[in-house]
Design a protein around this ligand. Structure first.
Ligand code: SAM
Length: 212
């Protein structure tokens, strides 16, 4: 997601310390302390402007949600958007790159992981950067609880095929595969910003649910 650099992004984060976890690594192993209720933890890596994670948190007060975004300006845009809605006790945001995940979460601390329209990194030499590469699956496997689930959506056919192979080579169970999500009978889909943009241009949306 490209946004003009917002020089006030860090200021916006600090002013919204009730929504943004400013020093995530200090909460490693104790995420239930930052939420009002100790309940399952759902995270989204690369949340963009946060529509998806916000709508999920609103729909499911029985779970806690954390949206992660590596670009400060994008996170600031998410904060501004969320602040126009009602605040939610079960939603927090964090700013860091997914390569830092193991400094931020303890093994077995996460119940469920969302990856939506992740950067495709099409060049072969960048394959390890894809958020569905085996290197990342190793990390998710440690951080997710036993039988943890990854939900992944994309409009990128190449990345989708790569991810299906990556999940199955890792030994994960493909619980469901959708080759055209919006033409399917799948119920309760929450659209992301990219999903709205691409589907309005007629692009097919792919979805997979994979379990360790
Ligand atoms: N998920 C949103 C959606 O579907 O509308 C945004 C999709 S956008 C293509 C990908 C987002 O993931 C960008 O905002 C990008 O900054 C973020 N991102 C990419 N790699 C990341 C990483 N390694 N760690 C955290 N965020 C990442």
């Amino acid at each position: 997601m490209r946004l003009r650099n917002n020089p006030k992004a860090y200021e916006i984060m600090e002013e919204n310390a009730d929504l943004v976890i400013l020093k995530p690594e200090e909460h490693k192993g104790h995420y239930h302390d930052i939420f009002e209720i100790n309940q399952p933890l759902y995270i989204e890596i690369g949340m963009g402007k946060g529509d998806f994670i916000y709508q999920n948190a609103l729909k499911h007060p029985e779970n806690n949600y954390i949206g992660i975004e590596k670009f400060p300006s994008v996170l600031a845009a998410a904060i501004n958007k969320i602040n126009k809605n009602q605040s939610l006790p079960n939603l927090k945001l964090m700013h860091f790159d997914a390569i830092e995940l193991e400094n931020v979460f303890e093994n077995g601390e996460i119940d469920h992981l969302f990856l939506n329209f992740s950067d495709p990194w099409p060049k072969k030499r960048h394959a390890k950067r894809r958020l569905t590469s085996s290197a990342f699956l190793d990390v998710y496997h440690r951080l997710l609880k036993k039988d943890g689930v990854i939900e992944f959506k994309t409009d990128n056919r190449g990345l989708f095929e790569y991810s299906l192979v990556s999940f199955s080579q890792y030994g994960m169970t493909l619980k469901g595969v959708w080759l055209d999500l919006h033409a399917s009978d799948f119920e309760g889909n929450v659209m992301t910003e990219y999903e709205k943009k691409f589907s309005s241009k007629g692009q097919v949306i792919y979805r997979v649910e994979a379990q360790f």
